[in-house]
Design a protein around this ligand. Structure first.
Ligand code: CTP
Ligand code: MN
Ligand code: MN
Length: 518
């Protein structure tokens, strides 16, 4: 609090600079102090203070009043009083005296915070502040700033559970509902705010209501604590293990990694690598690590095909600070030069000791033969390689020739045989731990003619991609994939070299990657 003496000095100073002491400095702002419970003398004192600071403070209530300030009144009490004064009052702010005193202190009207508003008004606003959201996630801008993470976490968990049970329809429904909440400009506090929002089915609404009213959803809590969910989550977090396999193992009584290791189940090569590097792979990949991987990938690609272009895609392109992997799209400005590139890149990486695991899939997409995209599937058929990199912890620091050779030699010597049981969980693994970590990396090669589609398709988010394809199919009679866009009405492919052109073909406003975090 600014002491009274100082306030006096300040206001007389204002007077000395030529303003008449009570000149209105904030037109458009008409304040009224409610005497009720505040008392006459305090009201007079505060009113005078306000006027001296250049605020227009009215002694009588009128319809021109914009802010009603009261002390120790509830919103309902103030509204009852207002209703007794005027008929059909307009929109006024009903504020606690704290807003007034803070404004006096600041010498200007401070921003109205939630805590300044009287209780009743919050509900009133909640009722009127409805959000308007288009149905498709690709029509919306979804940044990483999520004002409703408590709600979206709850819905995402149910989506995940549905995925683990291979109930795709239910999973998508929960994901869509979560995506709607993700793009809201403020936190939802009241169910009435959800009126008219798309994609919120009965089940999702029930969950939201539960969380808003009780702080948690009983269904979410029960799911989270169920043996099945916990086990399937652990098992599917092993690279190479999907919902089907995890479910089969769970029915065989396997719930933990230890049980899996001791079970004698035969694992395929991917799963074995996933298990070996489990502790590393479940650690989020940082942006610095993604950059270090990018440097390695660039060296690999440019040494086997100078002039090739490498783009970071996936979550990192959308601005996420961490990811579960690092995704790259590789192309060459001359059509056809990219052919056979993947095997050379993989060979280079392998020789240098950068790969703990890799599996390459051949490109099998032929426009003439395959026809338009298959909208139901999100799998594309580029040449792509799912890998586990061995990233030296020095890698991001070391740049340039000599040092690099050291790293490479060291990489070769100690390469692939370290089992995850030797890696300590959490903590600072630099000290006494191994000098490298395993990182999941996805590489995709596309011909330049398909690059725009590939870039759009591999940037995600997964829901954003799904919604793009749904929009294309349902609203435009088009089929979109990571290879092409086909117009079913015109029976022809629509060419595009950039993402912007694809959005334009689809009749959508361009959404930059950082706003595709649906
Ligand atoms: N993708 C795909 N086909 C696959 C796997 C992934 O087209 N078989 C696409 C997804 O649709 C997504 C992008 O590749 O657009 C990235 O997928 P992924 O790495 O799984 O997700 P991210 O959004 O990058 O999230 P994270 O940061 O956790 O890696
Ligand atoms: Mn990714
Ligand atoms: Mn990926």
């Amino acid at each position: 609090m600014v002491p009274l003496k100082r306030r006096k000095v300040l206001s007389s100073h204002t007077g000395n600079t030529g303003n008449t002491g009570n000149e209105c400095k904030f037109p458009g702002l008409v304040l009224f102090l409610l005497e009720r419970k505040m008392g006459t003398s305090r009201r007079v004192f505060l009113s005078e203070l306000g006027k001296k600071k250049g605020f227009r403070v009215e002694d009588e209530f009128s319809e021109s009043v914009t802010h009603v300030i009261s002390e120790n009144n509830s919103g309902d009490e103030v509204i009852a009083w207002l209703d007794s004064q005027v008929k059909g009052r307009g929109l006024v702010h009903l504020l606690d005296v704290s807003w007034y005193t803070e404004s006096m202190r600041a010498g200007l009207p401070v921003d109205i915070q939630h805590r300044h508003k009287l209780q009743q008004q919050q509900t009133e606003e909640a009722e009127t502040e409805t959000f308007s959201v288009p149905s498709y996630a690709c029509q919306r801008r979804t940044t990483l700033e999520n004002h409703n993470s408590v709600l979206t976490d709850a819905l995402s968990l149910l989506a995940e559970n549905a995925e683990l049970s291979e109930e795709e329809g239910r999973s998508v429904a929960f994901r869509r509902a979560a995506a709607v909440l993700k793009c809201l400009p403020a936190a939802v506090t009241d169910m009435t705010q959800l009126r008219g929002l798309p994609c919120l089915g009965d089940h999702s609404l029930r969950v939201i209501k539960d969380v808003l009213e009780n702080g948690a959803s009983s269904e979410v809590e029960a799911t989270k604590n169920s043996e099945r969910f916990k086990a399937l989550k652990v098992l599917t977090s092993i690279f190479g293990v999907g919902a089907k396999t995890a479910d089969r193992w769970f029915r065989d009584g396997i719930q933990t990694l230890t049980q899996l290791r001791g079970s004698g189940h035969t694992l395929n090569r991917a799963q074995q690598a996933g298990l070996d590097h489990y502790d590393d792979i479940i650690q989020p990949v940082s942006r610095a690590e993604a950059e270090a991987v990018r440097e390695i990938v660039e060296r690999a690609v440019l040494s086997v095909l100078p002039g090739a272009q490498i783009s970071l895609t996936g979550g990192f392109r959308r601005g996420k600070p961490t990811g579960h992997d690092v995704d790259f799209l590789i192309t060459h400005p001359e059509e056809g030069r990219e052919e056979g590139l993947m095997s050379k890149v993989v060979c280079w990486l392998e020789t240098q000791g950068f790969l703990l695991y890799q599996k390459t899939t051949r490109n099998s997409y032929l426009e003439a033969k395959d026809g338009p995209a298959r909208p139901a599937s999100n799998m594309d058929r580029f040449e792509r390689c799912l890998t586990i990199f061995r990233l030296s912890k020095e890698e991001e620091k070391k740049k340039g020739g000599a040092e690099l050779t050291e790293t490479l030699t060291e990489n070769l010597q100690t390469a692939p045989l370290c089992s995850s049981s030797r890696v300590q969980q959490g903590g600072d693994r630099e000290e006494g731990g191994k000098p490298w970590r395993a990182v999941r990396v996805d590489l995709v090669v596309s011909p330049i003619s398909q690059f725009g589609f590939a870039l759009l398709g591999w940037t995600g988010s997964k829901l954003f991609e799904r919604e793009l394809r749904r929009w294309a199919g349902h609203e435009k009679s088009m089929s979109l994939s990571s290879h092409a866009l086909y117009d079913n009405k015109q029976s022809r492919y629509l060419r595009a070299t950039t993402e912007e052109e694809i959005f334009a073909h689809l009749g959508l406003e361009y959404v930059p990657p950082s706003e595709r975090n649906a």
